[in-house]
Design a protein around this ligand. Structure first.
Ligand code: ADE
Ligand code: ZN
Length: 331
């Protein structure tokens, strides 16, 4: 299950150059290698600056289709069965790309991915928190013709200085329209932003949330309420939220009973897709079969799938784990 993935963050340098050539656009780097070499970030903002720049190559419906199909091929290779994709419409509509082309291209790919790979997926529209709430409200209204194609709304972009409290009205409106609610909080921002996202925005999942440990009472609450934290370990290392993967608090939080799930965030930029995140955590944090299975179960339960589909995925997972255990016991 992939529950924390920005589809724009799956834009590999090779595809960025191919799309730039298609549209006759110059990228700020001369070669694929030079662009990839620029993927070394001091913090969230330095990543976002490059990320928004490379999004400029996404110009029409077919670009969004190509981007998402490239992602689904990788997701299939990682045995992903369900993905809930974040997309940032403001990054595209501000450049003159119609909302319908963004959503249309993504939905075309989602339909093909289900036919070709059996992967189900949903779209989560994220508001850019560095922009005013009025822009988010206008974006939500502009998305209403596509209401049935979007499962939920989220909040992303530069966290520092842009608290969840800034978006109370747009989240209340989205809730009244029946959208599921999530928000990035506690990635670079303080634990207080996690509380705001829960109390003021009424979100069901927290994206990242790794700074929750700075508020012990909040950790107790997250455990009690089983709030999912969609944690992105390789992202946290690349953006220097943690110094090294071995220092990551996710294993400790999981052991304490926090509802941790693992995801890939912006895999083209952060050096790994979902399988890479799992393998790196197993190696660096010493996670064994029991913890890895728990992380997968948490993600199935935290997804926005209907209860019947969650039950099907849980039993498939248990069968796969039992087979794997049997095989590892055989000589
Ligand atoms: N947009 C894309 N990736 C993001 C991240 N890790 N945090 C906040 N906004 C983002
Ligand atoms: Zn994210």
């Amino acid at each position: 299950m992939e529950l924390h993935l920005h589809i724009e963050g799956t834009l590999e340098p090779e595809l960025a150059f191919a799309l730039a050539a298609r549209h006759g656009i110059a990228l700020p780097y001369p070669t694929v290698e030079a662009l990839r070499a620029a993927y070394s970030f001091g913090d969230l903002q330095s990543f976002l600056d490059l990320y928004y720049k490379t999004c400029d190559v996404l110009r029409d419906r077919s670009d969004f289709y190509t981007l998402a199909m490239a992602y689904f091929a990788r997701a299939h290779a990682d045995n992903i069965v369900h993905a809930e994709l974040f997309f940032d419409p403001q990054t595209h509509t501000s450049r003159g790309v119609p909302m319908g082309d963004v959503i249309g291209g993504l939905r075309d790919a989602m339909a093909d991915a289900e036919r070709r790979y059996g992967i189900t997926s949903e779209l989560i529209l994220c508001f850019l928190r560095h922009l005013p709430e009025e822009d988010a409200l206008a974006t939500l209204e502009a998305a209403m013709p596509f209401r049935s194609e979007i499962v939920g709304v989220g909040l992303d972009s530069g966290e520092r200085g842009n608290p969840p409290a800034k978006f109370v009205h747009v989240f209340a409106r989205a809730k009244s329209l029946g959208f599921r609610l999530v928000a990035h909080a506690g990635e670079e921002g303080p634990a207080a932003y996690i509380r705001e996202a829960l109390d003021l925005l009424q979100v069901e999942r927290i994206d990242h949330g790794v700074r929750c440990e700075e508020d012990p009472a909040l950790v107790e609450r997250l455990i009690r309420e089983r709030t999912p934290l969609t944690v992105c370990p390789l992202s946290n290392v690349k953006l220097r939220v943690v110094p090294r993967l071995a220092d990551h608090n996710l294993a400790r939080l999981l052991a304490r009973g926090v509802n941790i799930t693992i995801h890939s965030d912006d895999p083209a930029y952060f050096g790994g897709y979902l399988g890479d995140n799992f393998r790196a955590c197993a190696a660096e944090l010493g996670l064994g079969a029991h913890q890895l299975t728990a992380l997968c179960e948490n993600a199935i339960r935290a997804s926005f799938l209907p209860a019947t589909e969650k039950a099907t995925h849980l039993s498939r997972l248990r069968r796969a784990v039992a087979q794997w255990t049997m095989r590892s016991l055989l000589p």
